[in-house]
Design a protein around this ligand. Structure first.
Ligand code: NAD
Length: 480
């Protein structure tokens, strides 16, 4: 099968995918579109039995899938990339309804997806020979683990699972995708598309309530959990995996600092920093979440930040001009309203926004909000709001601002902005985070790993490091 039309699927019904069958469940559930709160489609509520069937099928499939060469597995992945691209516009529309993303934002997620789809299959696991002489050879090689499970959050329902899926399969594992209960739809369609490409049991998807994750983390037939989500749940996943010593990768929360030096071109840096703080309404692990601005340019920077932020159009999933949409779900909307209500209680000064209520009659919209120089120990600085609210803080001493940036328990990303690149590099190299950037932030590529330090996670995804994370290293000795 190769013609684009052979890969087209309909986006109107949603099933679990077990052993290449679209399966029904006795109970179903639905979410609502975050833009207008209208109900979306029914989706499966998986049971213990569904989990057992999927894990059994994945273990059966592993026997032959793991024996294929990397090149053959990569060929399957390239066909899968074609299949995804054949349905690209449907995925963009679906992400719009499921996450509330305006078309531009949904297309941005699909850009990441297609980038991963084309680039990950080019990677290869490599062998090394640290000892190779007349007497003996030692090879260090990477062997697949077995059944991998990807547990995925609701902010980027496709891209955050997609990197896990492709790396797991390329390395020779089979894979079960568990989407968030808040955004089950696009992953189920992706797995349905997988039935047109992969042998049974290689790529499956199970959807359900929050009780489903623990069934998978406890299952003795699962070899690895790759989890993306909150720090709190990540700790539970790690504890659950200890019982069978499953391999884990944890991609958790972030509280990324951006340090802006006094020599920057204010207008051009503000344009970038404003976008990176508010893109996807602050619901990205790697949004800029604390903006430290040198005191000598603080007032000018803050004024420009407010002006620029006001220019981003907010709209729903049908608005082609909108840059930002609503918050993805009611739970997060309510959490943010509580967060916003602290503004008056704590006496934080707002430079923009701040009203806790919705800005539109229907939908989970929240106003972009900028807090002007709050105390360093306030919750807006210490905690991850995961919404469109960001503090701007003053600094005057390099050593001190680096200390403040590093004071967080989290260490996902951090950036330094300066015209003096070597000074910025010296500062950036002292930041405690999985990704550090100079004059940019949230810069990613499929062949570059990303992940968190400290409580932001364990291990990395994407790139060679991500691929090796789906394997056990093996020492292989041959005596001549
Ligand atoms: P969450 O932790 O509530 O849920 C994540 C996933 O875990 C969901 O699929 C959920 O059903 C599942 N889950 C819930 N309880 C579980 C349990 N006990 N065992 C196993 N699985 C369980 O997170 P969320 O609210 O969906 O996502 C937001 C969080 O994710 C934010 O903190 C954000 O920073 C983080 N995040 C991190 C990254 C990253 O790459 N580091 C990327 C995106 C989001």
């Amino acid at each position: 099968m190769s013609a684009t039309s052979d890969y087209k699927i309909s986006f109107t019904t949603f099933h679990n995918v077990i052993d290449n069958e679209l399966t029904e469940t006795a109970t179903t559930r639905h979410t609502v579109c975050p833009s207008n709160e209208e109900p979306l489609w029914e989706s499966p509520v998986s049971t213990d039995e569904d989990v057992n069937h999927a894990v059994d099928a994945a273990n059966r499939a592993f026997r032959s899938w793991s024996k294929l060469s990397q090149d053959t597995r990569a060929e399957y992945l390239i066909k899968f990339a074609d299949a995804v691209e054949a349905n690209k516009q449907d995925f963009i529309d679906l992400l719009g309804k499921e996450v509330g993303k305006p078309p531009q934002a949904a297309a941005y997620e699909m850009l990441f997806v297609t980038g991963l789809a084309r680039e990950i299959p080019k990677l290869r696991l490599k062998e090394e020979k640290p000892v190779d002489d007349a007497d003996r050879t030692a090879i260090v090689r990477y062997v697949p683990l077995g059944v991998g499970v990807g547990i995925v959050p609701w902010n980027f329902p496709l891209v955050l699972g997609f990197g896990k899926l492709l790396s797991a399969l390329l390395a020779g594992n089979t894979f079960i995708w568990k989407p968030s209960p808040y955004s089950p739809y696009s992953a189920l369609k992706l797995a349905e598309l997988g039935t047109k490409v992969f042998p049974p049991g290689v790529f499956q998807a199970l959807s359900g309530e929050d009780t489903l994750g623990p069934l998978l983390t406890a299952h003795p037939g699962v070899a690895k959990i790759s989890f993306t989500g909150s720090v709190e749940t990540g700790k539970k996943v790690m504890a659950a995996c200890a019982s069978t010593l499953k391999r884990i990768t944890l991609e958790l929360g972030g509280n990324d600092a951006a340090i802006v030096c006094e020599d920057v071109d204010i207008d051009s840096v503000v344009a970038k920093v404003a976008f990176l703080a508010f893109v996807h309404v602050g619901q990205i692990c790697m949004n800029i979440k604390r903006i430290y601005v040198h005191e000598s340019i603080y007032d000018k920077f803050l004024t420009a930040l407010v002006v620029t932020t006001k220019q981003f159009k907010i709209g729903d999933h049908t608005d082609p001009e909108a840059v930002f949409g609503p918050v993805q779900n009611r739970m997060q909307h309510e959490k943010l309203q509580k967060f916003y209500s602290q503004i008056s209680k704590e006496g934080w000064k707002t430079a923009l926004g701040g009203e806790p209520g919705p800005t539109q009659e229907k939908g989970f919209f929240m106003p972009p909000t900028i807090i002007d120089n709050p105390p360093e120990d306030s919750s807006i600085v210490v905690d991850e709001p995961f919404g469109p609210i960001v503090p701007v803080l003053k600094w005057s001493n390099e050593e001190d601002v680096i200390k403040r940036a590093n004071a967080s328990k989290l260490g996902l990303g951090a950036s330094v902005w300066s015209k003096d690149v070597s000074r910025a590099q010296k500062m950036a190299e002292q930041l405690e985070a999985g990704s550090i950037w100079v004059n940019t932030h949230f810069e990613l590529a499929p062949n570059v790993p990303f992940g968190g330090h400290k409580e932001s996670g364990l291990g990395m995804e994407w790139g060679q490091v991500g691929l090796e994370g789906w394997c056990n290293p093996q020492a292989y000795w041959v005596k001549h």
